[in-house]
Every structure is written in structure tokens, then in C-alpha cells.
Design a protein around this ligand. Sequence first.
Ligand code: GLY
Ligand code: MN
Length: 464
Amino acid sequence: MKTFPKQVYRQRRDRLRSLVKQGVILFPGNEESAMNYRSNTYRYRQDSSFLYYFGINAPGFHGVMDLDSGEDIIYGDNLTVDDIIWMGEQPLVEELAKRVDVKTVRPTASLSGDLQSIKSSGRAIHILPPYRGDHYLELSKILGVSCEKVNDFISESLIQAVVGMRSVKDAFEIEEMERAVEIAWMMHTTAMRMGFPGNYERELAGTIEGIALSGGGTVSFPVILSMDGQTLHNHDHGNELVKGRLVVNDSGAETEMGYASDITRTFPVGGRFSTKQKEIYEIVLSANVQSIASYKPGITHRESHLLAARIIATGLKDLGLMKGDMDEAVAAGAHALFFPHGLGHMLGLDVHDMEGLGENYVGYDQQTQRSDQFGLAFLRMGRKLQEGFVLTNEPGCYFIPALIDLWQRDKKFESFINYQKVNEYRQFGGVRIEDNVLITPDGCRILGKPIPKRVDEVEETMNS
Ligand code: GLY
Ligand code: MN
């Protein structure tokens, strides 16, 4: 089990203590999760905040921080001989605790009693929002309350402190994320080389998932790979590749330590873009390149999103798909017919980093509130950028027949959209291009080894 140097965890907990100040924090680690019967489990995934503060990437542990006494405790049990027969020897709990600089370990059986006496004494117990059904059952047992009452322990001050800390990546984390992008480089260039008629989407998807596993971790989310790229999260891989279509491949790796990459590339089946495909592709590429160039501490991600939207709208106007004033069109939300999602999101231990803690805590604040306009409302990250943030940048352009039909029927934005021309693209699919970007003191840097992105680079990779 790989961990960062032990002082990293100690320093993180000390900082958290200084932010939350009073009471007791409970970080429940994740248990195994059954697929079809108890002992046949999904691949194990530790809770990201537990990993961040307590580092142990295995089931059977809980972390407790007593903010009043300053004591940090790991609750867990050593394996029995029966466990060892099936699963092999594992380090003792004391040994694991030492690796993350925790001095006190206690058996799991005492957790519930310890926390209930803290509760009875009137001290606050802070938890983060649970996101699995079994979390509720377990927390109900540990805290001695009904499942409905578990939510009463969710602590806004803890959420704010954890989001503040996990948003800014340190050098160790950035190194892990570079590794995650390196694995994604292999996933994406391999998929490009397989992008020829006769291959099935599932063969590409399966091969690249294998590459993620070979990297020592897994995929950071189920692979999205399809010629029907107009479906934003298409997990159906049943099509045989045919010439004339584009493939959208949105996939990334998670390292052994749990850090994610999230990359999208779009390539033409057969290895050469048609003129029509190239025209749309270049618009999205320009939105990607120019919006990344806008990143620096202090700019809001909403500004970069709207810049990308204006570039896409202007490109579509040049092709005759939109008309009128593109600043006005974007302000009204007309571009969202083609670009209905956000420019990007935070990335880290979760592919949508910290989304389980609440999207608005992560992406918005007092100064930048979330819009409710169709399209802009899906922007997960709107607030000001800071040094150390890692974000995805993923503009796209899609032709979604159901949405085109609905808007055309409702005569929506007729002064900005040339529906007759748009209908010529009904079979087009979509284009998305996504990079992972670190905010630096005076700008930004794309993480990892560059993954082919320009038209000539993609074509050359496919044909090499
Ligand atoms: N990679 C999928 C997403 O960002 O939603
Ligand atoms: Mn993404």
C-alpha cells in the first residue's frame, strides 16, 4: 500500500484541527461493497477524504480526530487467522497507523461506545455527507440514532474546511496526477490506433480499461467511448466502427493512491477527418486552447467558460449555424443547444473532485453564485481560480437531435440559430476535447505528457 510521507498526513490533520477547532471529527472509511453476493465484491474504493487525512487504502478502518484533546485515533482490527488464510498477511493496525503518524489505535468494537459518550457529553460530532446506503446504516449504529437523524451530524464547517484544503493540491498530489495523465496518454493513443472500421467500440473501451488496470489502479470513472458522442455520458459500446463517424473517447485513470485523470479526445474512424468534421473540431480545439490560456489565479472559471462559449458560438456563426450578435447569443444561452455542459470541474482524489461534499461548496462561493440558465447551470466550477487548483478543461460541440427538435418546435432563439442549417448536422455526433490543467502562480500548466490534439497530430497518431 503506497502512502505519502507520514508528516503529510500529520500536517493535513493539524491544519484541519486549526480550521474546525472544536468537537470530534469522524471519518468513516469505506467497507467492501457486494456485487451479487457478499463475498463477490466490486473493486475496493476507499473514501477520498479518509484517504486524504488517514491514508490507509483498505477496508475496515475509521478515523477520529478529537479536536479538543488533539488526539487522532484509528479504529480497526488486526486480521484473524481465518482472514489470513484467504487474504494473506496484512500489516498490523499499529503499523498502518504509524505510516500516517497516528499514535492511538483502538478496536472497532469500541468506536460506537466512544462516540456515544462524546455525544452524551454534549460535544459536537462532525461528519461529511454520506454517499452510500451502507454509510447510513453504519453511522446510525455508531452514533446511536436512526438513519434519518444521521444527516443532523453533517457539519458545514467540516465541509468548508475539507473543500478548502483538498482544492489546493500539493507537490505530492500533483506528481500522482501527472502519473494518472501518463496512463491516460497510453489509453488515448491506443484507442486512436484502434479507430478503424470493423473494430467495435467495446474492443477499444475494453483495451483502454485494461491499460488503466495495468497502471496499478483502475479507470477513474466508467469509460465513455462512442460514435454517438452527442450523448454526453455514453457508456454503451455496442457499435461497430464505420467510416465517416467520429469517436468521442472520454476516459481517465486512477492511480494506485486514488488520484484521477479525466481526458477526452475525438477522432475520425479511419484516421482522416472530413472537411465538415475538421471545421467543427477546430472550433472546439480553439475553445480548449484559448480558454486554457485565460486561466490564472483570480479569474473566475465562469469567465473562462463564457469565453469558450463565445468562441464556439462565433465559429458556428462562421459556418452559418448561428446568426446575430454572438455576445448577446451567449448571454441569452443560445449556444447551449451545441454546448450544453460546463467547461470543466475540479479534479483530484475524485474525478469530479469532492462532488460528494456538495457541488456548490466546491465550485461556488459568496462572490460567484450558480446560474439557473440551461447550460450555464451545469457548470460545476464557477468561482475564482487559485494557485494549486487542478481542473478539467473540456469544451464540446454536439448535435443532439432530441434537443434540436424541441428547441425548433418551441421556436427557441430563432434570431440566433439557423435551424435549417443545423438539421444538416443531425448525424454528426459530437466533439469534445479535454485536458487536465494545474493553476500556477502566473497562469497554468497542462498536466502530463501531451496527448495528440491538433488535427494533424491525431491523424498522424492514428496512422502510425
Ligand atoms: N469525464 C466525465 C465527466 O467529466 O463528467
Ligand atoms: Mn470531465
